[in-house]
Design a protein around this ligand. Structure first.
Ligand SMILES: O=C(O)C(=O)C[C@]1(C(=O)O)C=C[C@@H](O)C=C1
Length: 286
C-alpha cells in the first residue's frame, strides 16, 4: 500500500504519513500540493493520502476542507493527531539581524505569528508549498537574508542550522490529519463521522433544526465550523464531526432525518477516532 503525503521529505505530513504507514507495512510517497494528493489517489498512484485538516492554533486547513467539499468524492478512512514543533532554520552562520524574509507553509507562518512579530518584526513573509520545500529553497539559495520555518528533520536533511527552536506560539500545538481513500473505514465501536451540509434559504431556525436532530438523538458533536459556499456572499456550508459510525443504527437514523431537513448533505466518511497526544514538552526542553 502507498500513502501519498505533502512533500518533499521532512514535512510534518511525512511524519504523520510514516506514523500511519509503518504499522500497516505501507510505503510513503511525496507529492507537491494538496490537490496533487487527491489526484494521486483518484489516479491510482497511491491507495491513501494524508492531509492536514485542523490545527489547534490556526484552526481549519482551508485547502483540505475545500477539497473535501468541492473537489473530490474520496472518503475519510482515518485520522491522526500529531504534536507540531517549529524550528527557525537558515544557512549555517546566519544571524537574526541579517534576516529579510521568512518562508514557510502559510499554516506554519500562522502558528509562529507572535514569535515572528517579536523576533523578526521587519522581515517579509513568503508562502511556500510546504515547510520542507521552504527549508530546501533557503538552502538552495544559500542566502543568509532568507530563513525558513520547518521541522528539525528538515533542518538535518537539507543541512540547515537551527537558529531558534520551538517557535510555535503555544507549546501544546497539534495538527489533526485525515486519511483519504476510495472508501471509508468499517465500524470499530470508537468511530467518528465527518459531514457537511447547507441549510434551506430563508427558513428561520434552519440550522437549529438540523443540529436539533443530533441533540435529540444524544449524538455528541466534536467539531462544527462553517466555510463559504463560494457561490454568494453569506452562503455557507456547515461542517460537523460527530461521534459514531454512519452504519451504527442511531447515527444512520439521524443522518436520514438530517437529509430531510437540509438543502444539501455530504458525508465525508466514518473512521476510527484517534487519541489526542498529551503536550510533549516545555520550551526549555528544546
Ligand atoms: O508543510 C508541512 O510540513 C505540512 O505538512 C503541512 C502542514 C499544514 O498545512 O498544516 C502540516 C502541519 C503543520 O500544521 C504545518 C504545516
Amino acid at each position: 500500500m502507498r500513502i501519498a503525503y505533502l512533500g518533499p521529505e521532512g514535512t510534518f505530513s511525512e511524519e504523520a504519513a510514516l506514523a500511519w504507514a509503518t504499522p500497516r507495512g505501507a510505503e510513503v510517497v511525496p507529492f507537491s500540493s494538496f490537490p496533487a494528493l487527491v489526484n494521486a489517489v483518484e489516479a491510482g498512484l497511491a491507495e491513501q493520502a494524508m492531509l492536514p485538516i485542523e490545527n489547534s492554533l490556526e484552526g481549519s486547513v482551508s485547502g483540505t476542507v475545500d477539497l473535501l467539499i468541492h473537489e473530490t468524492d474520496l472518503k475519510l478512512c482515518g485520522e491522526l493527531v500529531l504534536p507540531v514543533r517549529h524550528f527557525l532554520v537558515g544557512v549555517p552562520g546566519t544571524t537574526l539581524a541579517e534576516v529579510r524574509t521568512v518562508t514557510s507553509h502559510p499554516q506554519a507562518l500562522g502558528q509562529c505569528r507572535r514569535f515572528l512579530e517579536r523576533a523578526l518584526p521587519g522581515a517579509g513573509q513568503v508562502a511556500a508549498l510546504s515547510t520542507a520545500a521552504a527549508v530546501a529553497g533557503v538552502m538552495e539559495a544559500g542566502d543568509r537574508s532568507q530563513v525558513a520555518i520547518g521541522t528539525r528533520r528538515a533542518a538535518e536533511l537539507y543541512g540547515a542550522e537551527i537558529l531558534a527552536a520551538d517557535i510555535q506560539d503555544f507549546d501544546n500545538n497539534v495538527t489533526r490529519f485525515v486519511v483519504l481513500a476510495e472508501a471509508d473505514a468499517p465500524p470499530t465501536g470508537q468511530d467518528k463521522t465527518s459531514l457537511c451540509f447547507s441549510v434551506k434559504a430563508n427558513v428561520p431556525g434552519a440550522l437549529y433544526e438540523v443540529l436539533g436532530v443530533l441533540a435529540a438523538a444524544q449524538i455528541q458533536m466534536t467539531k462544527v465550523e462553517s466555510r463559504p459556499k463560494k457561490s454568494k456572499l453569506g452562503d455557507y456550508y456547515f461542517l460537523v464531526d460527530i461521534e459514531g459510525h454512519r452504519e451504527d443504527p442511531p447515527i444512520r437514523a439521524a443522518l436520514d432525518q438530517m437529509a430531510e431537513v437540509v438543502a444539501e448533505l455530504k458525508v465525508f466518511g466514518s473512521y476510527p477516532a484517534s487519541p489526542v497526544p498529551a503536550p510533549t514538552k516545555s520550551r526549555a526542553g528544546a
